[in-house]
Design a protein around this ligand. Structure first.
Ligand SMILES: Nc1ncnc2c1ncn2[C@@H]1O[C@H](COP(=O)(O)OP(=O)(O)O)[C@@H](O)[C@H]1O
Ligand SMILES: [Mg+2]
Length: 233
């Protein structure tokens, strides 16, 4: 459903991505792992239309994304949870979630709200609480919940485990598997490679702006060479 081919992109005259290639099929969790500064966030920005590739092609459901605005891509089901989460701190959990449903009908929003509160019970318990009082883990769940309110078919997550304890990270990864099992494909960006590879159907290693390796999550996690050279494990 997503195909990224030989994509080059950057900021101004500074090129960050060099020939990034990746594909993601219906119902998959695909992880994109690599060191800090490798270009993971930049790759997601290029896919969701925030920055424009200078070369290469990106297609979603067979149609090129180039020239389409991020909000148009959201309506088509491509939804991005940015690195900084971008919550509305003074709004409540429920208000933040409802903001995510701006592309949807009232009935769709009500159904989605029920599903999100079921997926993350902590959000149901704190429905009326303002977001800025939340811990890092709760804020991350809220950011993912808000993205789910848009009814994504492909959810792109930028380092969802940042700031979480190992225990909360595993809970988050389990939630991501449940999201996939519910029919939403996931592109998961993580510096925390070990955990991401554990749930990924397939994965790519990004090094200095290029995709240098790919394989199943288990293949990459199991290769001594990969672990040493790229994953710092
Ligand atoms: N908005 C920006 N303007 C200029 N350079 C940026 C910007 N965002 C990121 N970069 C640079 O692009 C490179 C890749 O960054 P990024 O995609 O954030 O990597 P990662 O997410 O893998 O840590 C880094 O050298 C970073 O300094
Ligand atoms: Mg990043």
């Amino acid at each position: 459903m997503l195909k990224v081919e030989k994509v080059c992109a950057g900021y101004g005259r500074m090129q960050i991505l060099h020939d990034v290639d990746l594909t993601l099929g219906e119902g998959e969790i695909v992880a994109l792992v690599g060191a800090n500064g490798a270009g993971k966030t930049t790759t997601l920005r290029a896919v969701c239309g925030q920055i424009r590739p200078t070369a290469g092609t990106i297609t979603f459901d067979g149609a090129p994304t180039l020239g389409r605005r991020p909000d148009e891509l959201v309506r088509d089901g491509l939804v991005h949870v940015p690195e900084d989460r971008a919550l509305f701190g003074t709004l409540t959990v429920e208000e933040n979630l409802r903001m995510g449903a701006w592309t949807r009908s009232h009935a769709q929003a009500e159904t989605a709200l029920r599903e999100v509160l079921e997926l993350f019970p902590v959000l149901a318990e704190r429905r009326g609480q303002v977001a800025q009082t939340f811990s890092g883990g709760q804020q991350q769940m809220l950011a993912i919940g808000r993205a789910l309110m848009a009814g994504p078919r492909l959810l792109m997550l930028d380092e969802p485990s940042t700031g979480l304890s190992p225990k909360l990270t595993w809970a988050m990864l389990e939630a991501i598997e449940r999201i996939r099992d519910g029919g939403v494909s996931v592109l998961l960006v993580e510096q925390n490679a070990k955990q991401a590879l554990a749930i990924a159907d397939r994965a790519y290693v990004l090094e200095s702006g290029s995709t240098v390796l790919h394989g199943t999550g288990a293949e990459l996690a199991g290769s001594a060479e990969v672990r040493k050279a790229y994953l710092g494990l």
